[in-house]
Design a protein around this ligand. Structure first.
Ligand SMILES: C[S@@+](CC[C@H](N)C(=O)[O-])C[C@H]1O[C@@H](n2cnc3c(N)ncnc32)[C@H](O)[C@@H]1O
Ligand code: SF4
Length: 445
């Protein structure tokens, strides 16, 4: 096998320790607070309608089984009455948004069903849910509708329903192709179900099929990872997303570590995880794919877009629906209550289900977009000058020259490009751009 060109860590320890590594937003969640929650309703009731593109994130918190590495808000013990009650609550929540003067008359440009496992719902539940959503806020102008699936929950009939209610981007949580690795990591599906689901989905003609993989699952090896990439290349999906395994505090893996008194997670260290992603990217590039972010490779970048990511990372509005959902409206971040009973009860009592929020200022919005766009591996000086009237070149001269000196940054015209090595550890480099008040903040979700 080709020798890896990945350099050692600059900022993190090499072993995988417990905690969050992935930077998904800015300012960090620990700065979001209860005091800013009323800002969201003030915005919604203000007479001015929002003018930036709008999207919806819909959270379905149900799974067949909780994976040992998972840190999302999920329930594995809910019955059909609980599910019905939850879906009703989310529709009430959507109605409140749709009636507000800030949202009224706007149409979503993107819709994202995430979880948890959206494909856990039955074909009938999905049909009813999406019909109701569309009657409250029509999606006929959506450029993309993404739907996350756990492969073992998909039948051909369910996929047909998913296609028919408008999904354009089908995302399959494959994670690995080895049945033993799937089992020891607590996944509910096996490889046979992946192949079946993929074949059905291809047959139905989805525009964009994405496969999620995780580099560094429990018991991962060089040989097995290589085999996973063989399988991906054979299937030839439109998009491949590769996450590096992190072990947050609310995972089953961390629980076992605590019981055993271990500080280091029993998964590969960061250089090994990056080496695996690098090998995957090199093989995907050789097969004609383009690397479009730290986490994604795309077969045909001209036709295969990821509207949700690109809109969100450039400051669009997004309504977050459902328990523990994250939203962003008019420069205000917010997150809903994280317990399903409390969430449903607050909707029933006609109270806001928002738990914490943060009204950001212009500088924080600038930094938020900058750190999110670094994850694309390229950043435009002109974009930030035009939008925020701030020159990255001047503002971050010291960081840029340090990165350029060590070969991690190149400049072409008004664009900055990251080396592959820096791109694969971008989440550990982003703290450099945080405002002093936000540095060293805990990054727990
Ligand atoms: C909500 S899940 C996708 C849909 C569905 N729940 C499933 O797992 O098949 C989103 C993705 O997050 C990734 N993920 C979950 N836990 C992770 C962890 N601890 N480290 C890295 N990636 C993780 C997995 O790749 C997973 O597919
Ligand atoms: S990784 Fe996906 S399937 Fe597994 S528990 Fe988390 S949300 Fe559910």
């Amino acid at each position: 096998m080709k020798k890896s060109s990945i350099k050692p860590d600059y900022e993190t320890k090499e072993e995988t320790k417990a905690g969050n590594y992935f930077v998904s937003n800015y300012p960090p969640f620990s700065f979001w607070n209860e005091e800013d929650v009323p800002c969201v309703s003030s915005l919604l009731n203000s007479p001015t309608k929002g003018r930036v593109p709008l999207g919806i994130y819909y959270h379905i918190p149900f799974c067949r089984k909780r994976c040992h590495f998972c840190y999302f808000k999920v329930y594995t013990d809910k019955n059909s009455a609980d599910v019905r009650n939850y879906l009703d609550s989310t529709i009430n929540e959507l109605e409140t948004y749709a009636e507000s003067s800030y949202i009224k008359g706007r149409k979503p440009k993107f819709v994202y069903f995430g979880g948890g496992t959206p494909s856990y719902l039955s074909a009938q539940q999905l049909t009813d849910l999406t019909n109701r959503m569309k009657s409250v806020l029509p999606w006929d102008e959506a450029e993309e509708v993404t739907f996350e699936c756990e492969p073992g929950t998909l039948s051909e009939k369910k996929l047909e329903v998913i296609k028919n209610f408008g999904v354009t981007r089908l995302s399959l949580g494959v994670e690995n192709f080895n049945d033993h690795i799937l089992e020891v990591n607590g996944r509910a599906h096996r490889s046979k179900e992946v192949f079946k689901a993929y074949e059905y989905a291809r047959g139905l003609g989805f525009d964009n099929i994405n496969i999620d993989l995780i580099s560094g699952m429990l018991e991962e090896t060089d040989e097995n990872w290589d085999d996973c990439i063989d399988q991906v290349l054979r299937l030839s999906p439109d998009c491949v997303t590769i996450y590096q395994m992190e072990v947050p505090f609310n995972t089953g893996i961390f629980k076992s570590m605590k019981e055993e008194g271990r500080l280091t997670a029993p998964v590969a260290d960061w250089p090994t995880k990056r080496k695996w992603v690098n090998e995957a990217y090199e093989r995907l590039e050789n097969a004609g794919y383009t690397i479009t972010s730290a986490y994604t490779a795309v077969k045909n970048p001209k036709n295969t877009k990821f509207v949700y990511r690109d809109r969100l990372w450039s400051g669009s509005d997004m309504i977050g629906l459902g328990v523990s959902s994250f939203g962003h409206l008019g420069g205000i971040h917010y997150q809903n209550l994280t317990n399903i009973e409390n969430y449903c009860a607050s909707i029933e009592d006609q109270k806001s289900p928002i738990r914490r929020a943060l009204l950001t200022n212009d500088e924080e919005r600038f930094i938020r977009e900058l750190i999110l766009q670094w994850k694309l591996g390229r950043v435009s000086e002109k974009y930030f000058l035009d939008k925020f009237d701030i020159s990255i070149r001047q503002r971050f001269a010291d960081i840029l020259s340090k990165w350029a000196d060590r070969g991690d940054l190149s400049i072409q015209g008004s664009e900055y490009f990251l080396s592959r090595s820096a791109l694969l550890q971008i989440d550990s480099l982003l703290q450099n751009f945080f405002l002093p008040a936000h540095r060293d903040a805990t990054r727990y979700v």
